[in-house]
Write a protein that binds this ligand. Structure first.
Ligand code: NAD
Length: 335
C-alpha cells in the first residue's frame, strides 16, 4: 500500500521504516510539510495518509484527500481532535489512531515537569553554569503530604497517580468514567470544583473535546488554591492561555508547566531559534520565571516511538488486508 506520511522528522522515518521492514512492506513516502488544504495534493496516488498532532484534517482537507483516492487516515498519535470525523465518515475515509503507546512516557514527563518547577531545576542549571551558587529564589516544597489533582484518569492519568502516590502525595481525581484501578490505589474521586479548590498541584490528562475546551478558564483558576502548580501535558486548548497569564500575574498560579499550547501548530517541532516569534501570548509566557515549557515532547521516548510505529504499520496492514484498521476511531455516533 502506498502511504504518504506528513510532518516527518528523521526520528519518524527511522522508527516507521524499521516497523515497516519488520511487518509491513508498504511503500512509504515521507514528507516534511504539515498536512493542510494546500499540501493535501502531495498525497496523490496514495491509498493512505499518515499524520501527527498538528496536521489539520478538517472537511476541506479530507475532501481533497478523498478526491485523490485516499481511503485511510492513520494518525500516529492518540488524540484525534484535529480530524473532522463527520466529514471522514461522509467521505468514506477510515480514521485509525494509536490509542496507547507508552502512557508512562507522558506520565514520567509530567512528573519531570512537577519536580523541575518545584525545585527550580531549570533555573539552577543556568545559575550554576554562570557561577551563581546562591539559593535565593530556588525554595521548593516537599511533595510528600501534598495534594495532587488529576483531571482525567485514563491510561496516562492512572500512571501519574501511581507515581505521585509513590511520592507520598494524596491524590484526588475527576473523571466522568472513574477508574477502578485508581480507586484501588487509594485515589479519591471528587467533583472538578473540589479538585481545583483542594489541590496543590493540578495536572490535566483528559482529551480535548468541545466539553473540555478551555476547561481551565478564569473561573476555574479563581477556584484554585493560591500558588497552585498547574501542569498541562494533554492538549493546549484545554487551557485558556490568556486566563492563565492573568493568573500568573496575580500570583494565583505559582507554577505553570506546559508541554502543549493552544497555538503550538506554528511553533512546535521546528527549530525557530533564528526567527522572531510573532505569537505575543506565547512570548509573554516565556518571560515568567515560574513557567516551564517543553515543545510537545512528553511522548518522546524510544519505547513510545517504537510502539507508535508498530501500531501505525499494523493499522495500515490490517486495513489493506481486511478493509478495517486495528484501532479505528469510531464515527458511529456521528451518523
Ligand atoms: P485515555 O482515553 O486513556 O483517557 C482519557 C480520560 O479522560 C478518560 O478516562 C476519560 O473518561 C477522561 N475524560 C474525558 N472527558 C473528561 C472531562 N471532561 N473531565 C475529566 N476527565 C475526562 O487517554 P490517555 O491515553 O490517558 O491520554 C490523555 C490525553 O493525553 C490524550 O487525549 C492526548 O490529548 C494527550 N496526550 C499527550 C501527549 C504528549 O506528548 N504531550 C501524548 C499522548 C497523549
Amino acid at each position: 500500500m502506498r502511504v504518504t506520511i506528513f510532518s516527518t522528522k528523521p526520528y519518524d522515518r527511522q522508527f516507521l521504516q524499521a516497523a515497516n521492514e519488520a511487518q509491513g512492506g508498504h511503500h512509504l513516502v515521507f514528507l516534511e510539510p504539515r498536512l493542510t488544504a494546500e499540501t493535501a495534493l502531495l498525497a496523490g496516488g496514495s491509498d493512505a495518509v499518515c499524520i501527527f498532532v498538528n496536521d489539520m484534517a478538517d472537511a476541506a482537507v479530507l475532501e481533497g484527500l478523498a478526491r485523490q483516492g485516499v481511503r485511510l487516515l492513520a494518525l500516529r498519535c492518540a488524540g484525534f481532535n484535529n480530524v473532522d470525523l463527520g466529514a471522514a465518515r461522509r467521505l468514506g475515509i477510515t480514521v485509525a489512531r494509536v490509542p496507547a503507546y507508552s502512557p508512562e512516557a507522558v506520565a514520567e514527563h509530567t512528573v519531570a515537569m512537577i519536580l523541575s518547577l518545584n525545585r527550580q531545576i531549570h533555573r539552577a542549571y543556568v545559575r550554576v553554569r554562570e557561577g551563581n551558587f546562591a539559593l535565593d529564589g530556588l525554595l521548593g516544597f516537599d511533595l510528600h503530604g501534598r495534594t495532587v489533582g488529576i483531571v482525567g484518569t485514563g491510561r496516562i492519568g492512572v500512571a501519574v497517580a501511581r507515581i505521585m502516590l509513590g511520592f507520598g502525595c494524596r491524590v484526588l481525581a475527576h473523571d466522568p468514567q472513574p477508574s477502578e484501578e485508581c480507586r484501588a490505589m487509594g485515589v479519591s474521586y471528587v467533583p472538578l470544583e473540589t479538585l481545583l479548590a483542594d489541590s496543590d498541584i493540578v495536572t490535566l490528562h483528559c482529551p480535548l473535546t468541545p466539553a473540555t475546551h478551555h476547561m481551565i478558564d478564569a473561573g476555574a483558576i479563581a477556584r484554585m488554591r493560591r500558588g497552585v502548580m498547574l501542569i498541562n501535558t494533554s492538549r493546549g486548548a484545554i487551557v485558556d492561555t490568556r486566563a492563565v497569564i492573568a493568573g500568573l500575574k496575580e500570583g494565583r498560579i505559582g507554577h505553570l508547566g506546559l508541554d502543549v499550547y493552544e497555538e503550538e501548530g506554528d511553533l512546535f517541532f521546528e527549530d525557530l531559534s533564528n526567527h522572531v516569534i510573532h505569537d505575543d501570548v506565547f512570548a509573554r509566557l516565556l518571560t515568567f520565571p515560574n513557567v516551564l515549557i517543553t515543545g510537545h515532547q512528553a511522548f518522546f521516548t524510544v519505547e513510545a516511538l517504537t510502539a507508535i510505529a508498530e501500531t501505525t504499520i499494523a493499522n495500515i496492514t490490517a486495513f489493506e488486508r481486511t478493509g478495517r484498521a486495528v484501532h479505528e476511531v469510531s464515527t458511529e455516533k456521528l451518523a
